[in-house]
Design a binder for this molecule. Sequence first.
Ligand SMILES: [Zn+2]
Length: 591
Amino acid sequence: MLGWDALEAPSARLSSYVAFGRRESGVWRVDRPGVSGEGFLLPAGESASFTLDLPADSALRLGVVPAGGGTEALPLVLRVLLDGQVVGEHRASTAAEGEAKPQVERLQFDLGSARRRGAELTLEAVGDFGFLTVIAPGVAPRQPPSRTEQRRPPDLVLFVADTMRADLLEAYRGAPGGPEQPLTPVLDAFVERSTVFERAFAVAPWTLPSHATMFTGLQPEQHRAVLGESRLPRSAVTLTEVLRGAGYRTAATTDGAFLGPSFGLDQGFEWFEFDQHPHDGRTDVFDLSVERARAHLAADDGRPLFLFVHTFRLHNPYVWTPEAEARLAPHGTLELTYEELWAEFSPTLVEVLAGGPEGKQREAWARRQMELMYWAGAIDFDTQMAAFLELLGQHGLGQDLHLVFTSDHGESFRKLLIHGHATGLEDDQTRIPLIVHSSRLAPGRRDAPVDLCDLAPTLAELAGVEYDTRGPGRSLLRTPLPRPILQHTSYVRPTLRGALVWPERFIFEEGGRTTVADLERDPGEEAPHEIVPGSGAELEARARDLANTTHVWQRRFALTPELAELDTAARNELRRLGYLGDDEPEPARDG
Ligand SMILES: [Zn+2]
């Protein structure tokens, strides 16, 4: 299906030639701080040789990360030889601590214009100390054939703005609680030219299960990545693997934490870069993602690209620039930073929460401040999106590049203590933007309820590959079939399960009460109705039916759960995001 027929030899993925091991699907993978993917380690003084057929005019492309060496004092050089002749060298260098630059250097070595059968390609790490990590090494044409020559499948970009509530965007305005005036003019203008799924829902109110669903099409209780220390089971068949198997180049840039390799979401990615410290107060974290995305888009080797971009830019602890603060003026004034707010509240929280009208007033003020902080971050994010959308425009957005823009959950400011997410299934935590920009879909609004299970089938259909996810989702290119939107969180106890049949949302508390809210009459879900014996035979029967439905998928096909193996750094990063217990001062609970 790739256009390689026109060439004399296929693209060679060198990680499948390595003699010392195979980890996944016949390919050796590596994990390094900040990057994982297909590749191998090359200790100083060692070499790796591969015998392969080279097409004419080919090049070796790879990424390289030094460790232990790559400094002035301990130089490390990657040398490439073809049939014993040096064709190129590169002196690897380590990014300085805190330096906002990608960890991985991207290299290309010209392998000459002659076609060679049985050529010996050698990679050497020249130096006395340390080792090089080689990422996604492959041989392909130096100048890939153009798309039209090649009729290759389209490029696909999945963009996740972590923690983005739908109502930050103008297109989703209307429910109570959102900003009164537009915050996101760049995205709003883009949305006007795209397909908007007005009733789009996350399957869970927190990061890990929602992303695991995006990459598998499975419900949370099928993929089982539902606890703070779960990981996506290795037995899952991910969209990324399916696309990789169909000849796609698979690349990701994420802000880490749950979006790091420990949680398994890198499965199938040839090149998966992640930020190790997304939340050290920088407002430019997303700019680095844009730069990495730019490099991936530019690194065309003739294969179609599946690019996943994720950012925590909107996640707490909220940060913003002075420009965003100025533009926030019509909504209100920020009086302190997020850290200052918690420093002020933590010692007196109990009194504030218990303390009569004055306490209530203080609590409302703090919640409003946090909401303004969240909006200020959204203003910055929107400004940064201009560069990203322009970049996609240069690479065929709307023609042979399709974009799915979404989020993994929302953000709640109902209560001071449980501001954030992971704690409830109501719209403020689970209603998300879902925008598709594709030549295969007419711009406009769609009001059928859809959820994150639909993304994998949609992307597979856009790519033209078969992928039976074994979940309930359906490609958004097709007419939706009515089905309940099922939601789940076991981050808090008791486990909550939700079933939404528009406009009613049922929430089943495990071993506890069942409620229903009408999202048209009570869009803020302020007064859900508890279903008890005597609520009415018809309503009780429907609730029972839906409660059973929430278990159907789990019974039909569920993976065996696996736990993530976390080191101290990974644990600390999750704590900074509010996960894994309360031993940090921040009472926020989210992820
Ligand atoms: Zn998230």
